[in-house]
Design a protein around this ligand. Structure first.
Ligand code: BG6
Length: 497
């Protein structure tokens, strides 16, 4: 496995800790080798020392999913013994030649079979270059049964045109089956669990449609701001950063038709179909169905928080959105007339990622003449993070002589049933790349369908000549326009708590 961007944050915080967890779980083969490539000139020893320090920090701080008291030295050693570092500039063809020689020498020494996984943990402008240079250096050809794969992180394009161009570019060098486009939300256990809940239980699928469901709310609320990513975020914004990728994955898992098997293409075909079924919007509709906001000063979990416009590398008059909410209509037999409302934002009141499904209300007639003033609808909540689990909200009779209803919850918490494993969320994804299972990765058509669905919003916002993005206080539930979006339909967001 070769990591491009070996000294970057993603490598330190997620990829290497995930590899360490895979070693502990005995999931890596004896002949596994890890090569780090980055511009920094340093030795293998320096690279390992630096990573060891970070791993110890994570363990001490119980960060990155670590719940142990100390690093498992034997497992860490197993990994570091297999690591080498190679300085190289991704723009420089010579770097790929050196990498090819290095890989060939490792193959000879270790007797490995020449299977290569290239992980592009680098800025997105380098994705296309890296793949074509790998090709030119002969490193992407699959000969004699050996496989060559590439993992591409997000952002995969910035709109339909750039995503298409990037797909076309990398597909010149590699075939679709060699390309693993990463969406780390799919590494979350509870996202994968949506399929199990829906399809391994006989009771949900018969009511999972417009006859029984009133609407669906998908929320990814974060309590972090843009942190040190101002430069990236200024050009990206909440819509591009979260919606066509992460939120659409949650949407697709919830709304797709049952695939015929867990085969990667069977699952990905159903996901592509449901994203394609999102009703295309014209400009006026896009402006009506999507709202944005930007955080102003406020307080987050008791601490003062600065306004987005005062963050490092952010323009003082920036109009980049840090919050977005939108309404999607899905034109198929299962969902026609059932809106899906999506919202995501930074510096919000609570960290909460969930899918809330509101069922149609029971008729009132039976309760006429009792103390019950109105019926409460049933909700099913798929809690993705934190506090993973599933809840079903029901009405029940309060004890006593009068007919009065109370709201109760059937609540399943993952932690009550299953032992949490140490996980960054990247373990399954990396392991799947190694065994060649692309189910949890985005195919070219999935990516392009996602961009196509949000493109009308991107265009409509870009076309607004005079613009001041509505502000919301850091630590709130977002701008009031998000509430109005649902109020127009006689609905309301579930409170963030
Ligand atoms: C990333 C976005 O892809 O996902 C970030 O670029 C966001 O802005 C993050 O904070 C959210 O992921 P998670 O796993 O922390 O919910």
């Amino acid at each position: 496995m070769v990591i491009f961007g070996a000294t970057g944050d993603l490598t330190k915080r997620l990829i290497v800790p995930a590899l360490y967890n895979l070693v502990r779980a005995k999931r890596l083969p004896e002949q596994f080798r890890l090569v780090g490539v980055s511009r920094m000139s340093q030795t293998t020893e320096d690279w390992i020392l630096n990573l060891t320090a970070r791993m110890n920090e994570f363990v001490a701080g119980r960060d990155c999913g670590f719940q142990v008291d100390q690093l498992d030295q034997a497992a860490w050693r197993w990994l570091t013994d297999r690591m080498t570092y190679l300085p190289g500039d991704l723009d420089d063809p010579e770097a790929y030649k050196r990498l090819g020689d290095h890989l060939a020498s490792l193959d000879v020494k270790a007797g490995t079979g020449g299977n290569y996984l290239f992980y592009l943990a680098v800025a997105d402008r380098l994705f296309g270059t890296a793949v074509s240079r790998l090709g030119e250096a002969g490193l992407t050809e699959e000969n004699d049964g050996a496989w060559r794969r590439v993992v591409i992180e997000k952002p995969f394009g910035h709109d339909v045109a750039s995503a298409r161009a990037l797909n076309a570019d990398i597909l010149k060098t590699m075939a679709e089956h060699q390309i693993y486009r990463m969406d780390h939300f799919l590494g979350k256990e509870t996202v994968q669990n949506i399929m199990a809940i829906r399809f391994a239980n006989g009771i949900f699928e018969p009511i999972w449609n417009r006859a029984h469901i009133d609407h669906v709310q998908i929320t990814a609320a974060e309590t972090v701001g843009v942190e040190r990513r101002g430069r990236f975020y200024e050009q990206t914004g909440a819509l591009r950063d979260m919606v066509p990728n992460h939120l659409f994955q949650l949407f697709a898992m919830t709304a797709m038709e049952p695939p015929i098997s867990f085969d990667a293409d069977a699952v990905r075909a159903k996901k592509a179909e449901i994203i394609q079924a999102i009703r295309p919007m014209g400009e006026a509709e896009a402006l009506r169905n999507a709202v944005r906001g930007q955080y102003g000063a406020g307080s987050i979990l008791g601490k003062p928080a600065a306004a987005y416009r005062h963050e490092p590398d952010v323009a003082p008059d920036s109009t980049t959105e840090t919050f977005v909410a939108c309404k999607l209509n899905v034109d198929n037999w299962r969902w026609a007339g059932v809106p899906f409302y999506l919202r995501t934002g930074k510096y919000m009141k609570r960290r909460r990622t969930e899918i809330a499904i509101r069922f149609r209300q029971a008729p009132y007639s039976l309760f006429r003449g009792t103390d019950v003033e109105r019926m409460h609808p049933n909700w099913m909540i798929l809690h993705i993070q934190p506090d993973e689990g599933v809840a079903l909200e029901l009405a029940a009779k309060r004890p006593g002589p009068a007919v009065v209803l109370g709201n109760v919850k059937l609540d399943f918490a993952y932690a009550d049933y299953f032992k949490a494993t140490c996980a960054t969320g990247y373990e399954t994804l990396i392991y799947d790349c190694l065994i060649g299972d692309a189910t949890l990765f985005q195919r070219a058509d999935n990516i392009e369908a996602g961009w196509r669905a949000v493109q009308p919003i991107i265009d409509a916002w870009a076309g607004q000549a005079v613009l001041d993005v509505p502000q919301y206080a850091a630590g709130s539930s977002g701008p009031t326009s998000a509430d109005e979006l649902l109020a127009r339909d006689g609905r309301a967001w579930r409170p963030l708590g």
